[in-house]
Design a protein around this ligand. Sequence first.
Ligand code: ZN
Length: 257
Amino acid sequence: MSMTSLQLNAGPSPWGSPYWKKLPTEELARYDPQAPKEKYFIDNLELLVDDMETARCKGSLKLPDSPDLVKVVVKTDFFAKALRTSAYVHEADMYELHLSSLQGLSIPYCYGLFQHKDKDDKVSSFLVLEDCGDLIDDVSSLPNSFKLKALDALYEIHCAGYIHGDLSLNNITIKDGQPFFIDLETAEPHKCEMKERIVVGEERRNIECDEIDLCCMMLEIWADSKVKVEGLLVFQRAQCAPSEREHRFLTLSSRPS
Ligand SMILES: [Zn+2]
């Protein structure tokens, strides 16, 4: 072996997808040529969603240096008609380069982008990410504290100099009560101008950042979007200081009545 590689071992497809059998069985090369020479395995890969553009699978990743298995999601364009190699490279760079310090905090930990070249030299992508739980299915049942944690997580991405770029409820997951933003294919550079603090249940107003405003609407943080008021919680803006990002700068406090 002269490179980092990944081997997929497909479990039974729950939906009996006819494409499933075509998954590559040879070793896939890791996109980052600087990566140490290691061999990863994913066992029991199961198809979750196949919308013809992106298939998502879940499986158990065996890392070279640990006996433990890690639950991962594998996102791939392998079954898609149009391959999106550069979008996957961009997304992998977001996780591993631009937002690397937020992995496991606001975004999933990335175990690497692996590529498969077919006989016509077409490259399909397999992005291996920490399994960050489930999508939100009912915003109105979310506690206010979670909504503010999600704002905090998004704000950290902004403070690191990027917007998500394609924000929707399909791109936020919950794992153990913590929010994660996924799908960074369209993340773009951004200088956040937000200088406000946001209270769950307040009237919508100009906060100088379109994406955080959108997030406040999506999560029904603004008053006109059916806010459940259960003791108001405050999103307290702290200094936007990427170098000190280890500090989680969300302060939750009950508003004095
Ligand atoms: Zn912003």
